[in-house]
Design a protein around this ligand. Sequence first.
Ligand code: ASP
Length: 448
Amino acid sequence: MKVAKFGGSSVANAEQLEKVASIIQDDKERKVIVVSAPGKRFSDDVKVTDLLIELGEAYFNKQDYDGKLQTVLDRFHEITTELKISDQIIQEIKDGVKGILASDDSDELKMDALKATGEDSLAKVLSAYLQSLGLKAAYLNPEEAGIFVSDNPGSAQILDESYDQLYKLRERDEIVVIPGFFGYTKDGKLITFSRGGSDITGSIVAAGVQADLYENFTDVDSVYCVNPTIVDNPKEITSLTYKEMRELSYAGFSVFHDEALIPAFKADIPVCIKNTNNPQGMGTIIVSKKEPQPNPVVGIASDTGFISIYVSKYLMNRELGFGRKLLTILEDEDISFEHTPSGIDDISVIIRESSLTKDKEERVITRIKEELDPDTVNVDRDLALIMVVGEGMDSTVGLADKATHAFTKANVNVEMMNQGSSEVSMMFGIKADKVNGSVKALYDTFFE
Ligand code: ASP
């Protein structure tokens, strides 16, 4: 049994939905289908989820939202007309949106319910279309399916009891179509996962039904070993481990939601990333263990928008609790840290630029000065992190040497280096404007 999830671009219009239907028909094991809301049809297009968010914002700001609603309705109308199926969904969306806005729920809950309308409506449309093709198919609401979540609007977490409930889906003999991106609390509130969360639903459902495979259909042939907007025609990754995928998506690989790996990983369900526009392609498979590969490096990821807080103090290494006190100051400001490369008398704490507002920065620096009495403290901006990732690196000699040579060739100064003892990745901190040149040089070194 396979669980197949189709992302926004795969369900963006009628033509894409025809491809989805034929993929479903091609393999009888594709019994559980999870869908996103219609995404972009062309690069300047707006995703239905974004339209719904704009609709909600207009309503909360007491502005006119009819235009936004009409755009959503038009998108669905175009789909039902071209697929030649009933357009009753149009009335359902209108009534649904009115009902949400008129309810006594908090604004947060209203927003989640609005956001979920895209996925929910598309799942209904797809199941109606599959039926019109003569297939036995049914729409299934996440509450009925048993997707129970925590009460955190916009960032739901799955409750463990969902998995037993979902296992019962194995008994159904029709194809079930479940909308992605949201679940329900035990007391019946609709709550969404974080953005891009249909991947999470797919993974949860795959773990719940103990699928043999979780297929994640998107619009690229595979995961590439480096960002294709930086390197032309990079090599494709045919297989990688959950750990490797996690490291790569942390530093900028956006093909698969990083939270979505957890349910599949825990249940040991292989995940296959495939292209709706080229379903015959091999895709990329994510598994828990893979055979040793000739190249110990699987990918190079990079992300910008980091800051480093550098603190130095003579004899820091002998001062018990220095690191704890420093991190407590950040914790008190609700700032989560990413890495902490350190020396004998200095430590850098790397954080996301977006987490340090001007106010927070002033308070953090003042407290560090007052409470830790350092020799130096400064904030280094515009940093980028580059991760060189591969599970095979732990048993290979000379990789750090090769990597630093690549930086030398690109004439880039490495500001920081970090390698955890698991040796799944090497992290390099450099100035953000040097990212592309460095990534190209690393790609040439490890893949050409
Ligand atoms: N439609 C939602 C979003 O745009 C969820 C998803 O597509 O996975 O974030």
